[in-house]
Design a protein around this ligand. Structure first.
Ligand code: G3P
Ligand code: CA
Length: 269
């Protein structure tokens, strides 16, 4: 039986040498196209990314929306907190044109992203980050798990090609995910490392750690310690070749990058 919160493992995808990390597209192929748009995720799938990373927030009426920022201002023609808009109101905004030369794009719901992933008809991993603090608190994880259940992804069978992990900087958020859906793998994101703590203790029960590349560079003992304690390691946001080399040497499980095509090419895929 799969231990709670640790999800299940998949075979190494065809064409991926066993020792190279999986490549996740951070907010989609976000160096090429506006982040968190369907076009950015479809590009990442076409590029051959093993996985897709996305951030999620709730609309005022409880829909799970793929967006990074608390406010709309940077990545749309709207203004103010995402949480004060209904899905119908968000659907009238443009999330593409803020990027020079990019086409207009509608808001992306998690539901729509999951349909696109299913349509890819190949193994795809998803790393879904719940963004906190949220004015909706625990409802974010509740609604996320509801959507995943609707798509049969909260406790997938062995033949399901789509595998979801949930990440967060918030340990209570991940504890909620494990309580709601024990088969989902959880990834504790790390940006700082308090001195003198045993690394396993920093993960609060998550199967995997998600340190930033800055943290990995500044604490060379971190990845070996995490791996030595049996944890998977997902590193973000990895856009430099030298960092890919470093992480491949470390044997990390996954890199999360804005440039999935470049990362795959650099890793010889
Ligand atoms: O995958 C983790 C990484 O995305 C966390 O940082 O700010 O890009 O969500 P951020
Ligand atoms: Ca994120």
């Amino acid at each position: 039986m799969t231990p709670p919160g640790q999800g299940s493992t998949l075979p190494v995808p065809p064409g991926r040498p066993a020792a190279t990390p999986l490549v996740f597209a951070h907010r989609g192929a976000s160096a090429a196209l506006p982040e968190h748009t369907l076009a950015a995720y479809e590009r990442a799938l076409a590029d051959g990314a093993d996985g897709l990373e996305c951030d999620v927030r709730l609309s005022r009426d409880g829909h799970v929306i793929c967006l990074h920022d608390r406010r709309l201002d940077r990545t749309s023609n709207g203004t103010g907190p995402v949480s004060s808009y209904t899905l119908a109101e968000l659907s009238r905004l443009d999330f593409g044109s803020w990027r020079d030369g990019a086409d207009p794009a509608p808001v992306l719901t998690l539901d729509r992203l999951l349909r696109a992933v299913r349509e890819a008809a190949r193994p795809v991993r998803l790393l879904i980050e719940t963004k906190h603090p949220s004015r909706f608190g625990a409802n974010l994880e509740r609604r996320l798990v509801e959507v995943l259940r609707r798509h049969d992804l909260a406790d997938p069978g062995p033949d399901c090609p789509v595998r979801v992990s949930v990440a967060s900087f918030s340990p209570p958020a991940l504890r909620r995910v494990r309580a709601l859906a024990p088969a989902l793998a959880t990834v504790q994101l790390l940006e700082l490392l308090p001195p003198g703590r045993w690394v396993g203790g920093l993960l609060f029960g998550a199967a995997a750690a998600g340190p930033s590349i800055d943290l990995v560079r500044s604490r060379p003992g971190l990845v070996p310690a995490l791996r030595g304690s049996g944890h998977q390691v997902y590193v973000w946001t990895v856009n430099e070749s030298s960092d890919l080399d470093l992480l491949a040497r470390h044997g990390v499980d996954a890199v999360i990058t804005d440039r999935p095509a470049d990362a795959l090419a650099h890793l010889g895929r």
